[in-house]
Write a protein that binds this ligand. Structure first.
Ligand code: ACM
Length: 537
């Protein structure tokens, strides 16, 4: 009896696993359903890409990515009835797949990617890439590789509709080429949103034509703090090196287009009323004191905040006019976090505002400020997103709350019927340490391991079943105080970003061992892409 079972197991291992290619399938994020077949497809120099009933974008993208590493021409064809030696993209009508789902079917003579939308086709193609050898991500031709795709039938769709990563380019400026690489990596992991944190105390990074000093002055600081911000003021030392940079409007348009082709929406963040010191250094009249504080060189909050009056609102509306022109995103993030109101309490102009609008305390002033901006965004058909402090001033109509101080904000917002994004700093702040090894590079403090991220549940268990629908999803944060360059950002982001992608797309995959096994293969892809990830223990 035992011998029989062993015999069957051996037969299964030899024929079942290997012939079907089972062992090699390691897709991240894990698809909802994979069935293994005994078929397989091999790309060669005659393989064509056929697209049906869709605009050409996904097919063209697929051809350009695949031909780079295979060296095959992978010609596009809009017609063709013969199902022979081709990769087919086909729009279908399948209500089970939703707006972002897809099917991926591999046969001996063709591969079919089908979906209701271009987004779905794009994600199907991303899964196909992960069925191929990792060298498919190479930027040059790999002659010695056979491009065999194991036989599978995949049916897949995401759990959450908000699947984002944030990147702070204010604390340290990140070059445009890196921003594009960052977007490529988002696409590979089936994220659909990039939260671009463009302004803060330490640097203003977006060209605004009406206010040139924002980038002439606000994009540059004279030096940067050495070491941790927690050291006593009197002991702080600065490197004395000018740091800065900004994106021109043309560059931003280019990045928005680049992201669009990868089905990623870019949500810009323009911080207000706090985190505004770089703007106030450019135009001191925007603060309540009229003083020029310079662009901030260390970290932590600033007492220089936008003064709460009509002049500042007018300035912000003008800035937003240019921002909205550049970013088609429905969602516009306006910060709202960590507002130190000392200058408001003593500000003559704030007194005038309080009298005029009958505001009794600083919470009401803050509520008025954010409410005005919300009204402006709504009048431009956009939706305001703000950090969870927004709850304290009364959430403006239809605003989306981004919960970062734990998940309390998400619970409060959802229970009040507001949409919310879970950015819980206990799970999604990738500026925290990844291990307690003592050999990690300097970080802000705290610990979030790969497994912590994998176990993150964006839907707080405190929420009633009915209110869970208000959780749009979640996102990872990369605050760059202690990440001076792109290599360092990659180190902090990966592989935690891979685990987050699985939380957001697959959801409730509780088998961390299985994730780690797939990650081993996935890291070969990141190697090919020259990603400076942290090697898991
Ligand atoms: C934040 O971390 N201040 C949103």
């Amino acid at each position: 009896m035992f011998i029989n079972k062993l015999y069957i197991l051996i037969i299964f291992l030899i024929f079942g696993l290997n012939l079907t290619g089972y062992c090699e399938v390691a897709i991240i994020p894990q698809p909802r359903s994979i069935k293994y077949t005994n078929k397989s497809f091999e790309f060669n120099e005659n393989t064509k890409i056929i697209y049906k009933d869709i605009d050409k974008d996904v097919a063209q993208y697929a051809s350009s990515i695949l031909s780079r590493s295979t060296g095959y021409p992978l010609q596009l064809s809009g017609e063709g009835k013969q199902l022979d030696n081709c990769l087919i993209f086909k729009k279908i009508n399948d209500s089970n797949l939703g707006k972002e789902g897809y099917r991926l079917d591999v046969y001996n003579n063709y591969i079919m990617v089908s979906a209701n939308t271009d987004n779905g086709l794009f994600y199907g193609f991303q899964s196909l890439l992960q069925l191929l050898p990792a060298k498919v991500y190479s930027s040059n031709v790999q002659n010695s590789v056979r491009w065999i795709v194991p036989g599978v039938n995949i049916v897949d769709k995401p759990h959450f509709k908000w699947r984002a990563m944030h990147l702070d380019v204010s604390r340290h400026f990140m070059p445009i080429e890196f921003v594009k690489k960052f977007i490529d990596l988002l696409a590979i992991h089936k994220f659909n949103r990039f939260h671009w944190h463009l302004t803060d105390d330490q640097g203003w990074r977006i060209e605004i034509k009406k206010y040139p000093r924002l980038t002439e002055v606000g994009a540059w600081r004279d030096g940067t703090l050495i070491g941790l911000n927690t050291q006593p003021e009197s002991e702080k030392k600065y490197d004395g090196i000018v740091h800065g940079g900004y994106y021109t409007q043309d560059e931003i348009k280019e990045v928005v287009q680049y992201a669009r082709k990868r089905h990623i929406d870019i949500m810009p963040e323009i911080e207000m009323p706090g985190h505004a010191q770089a703007a106030i250094a450019s135009y001191p009249e925007l603060g309540c004191t009229g003083k020029n504080p310079g662009v901030k060189k260390d970290w932590g909050g600033s007492k220089y905040i936008f003064c709460a009056d009509e002049n500042t609102i007018n300035f912000i509306e003008n800035v937003l006019d240019e921002v909205l022109e550049l970013f088609p995103s429905k969602y516009i993030h306006v910060g709202g976090d960590e507002v130190s109101t000392g200058h408001w309490v003593n500000g003559e102009r704030v007194k005038v505002t309080m009298e005029r609008y009958n505001l009794k305390d600083m919470y009401e002033v803050y509520g008025w400020f954010m409410g005005r901006i919300n009204r402006y965004l709504k009048s431009n058909k956009r939706t305001m997103v703000a950090w969870d402090e927004i709850i304290e001033g009364g959430i403006p109509d239809e605003a989306v709350v981004m919960s970062w101080r734990g998940n309390t904000g998400a619970i409060q917002a959802a229970n009040m019927g507001f949409y919310t994004v879970n950015a819980d700093s206990n799970y999604t702040y990738f500026d925290k340490y990844q291990s307690e090894s003592g050999s990690e590079p300097l970080a802000i403090g705290g610990l979030i391991t790969l497994e912590d991220v994998f176990n993150f549940n964006p839907v707080p268990s405190e929420l009633s079943f009915n209110n869970r629908k208000f959780i749009l999803g979640a996102q990872g944060q990369l605050w760059t105080e202690y990440m001076p360059n792109p290599d360092h950002v990659e180190y902090m982001a990966f592989p935690r970003e891979c685990a987050l992608s699985e939380v957001l797309w697959t959801y409730k995959n509780t088998n961390f061992d299985n994730f780690e096994n797939r990650l081993r293969n996935h890291l070969k892809r990141l190697d090919t892409l020259n990603v400076n990830y942290r090697r898991p223990n």
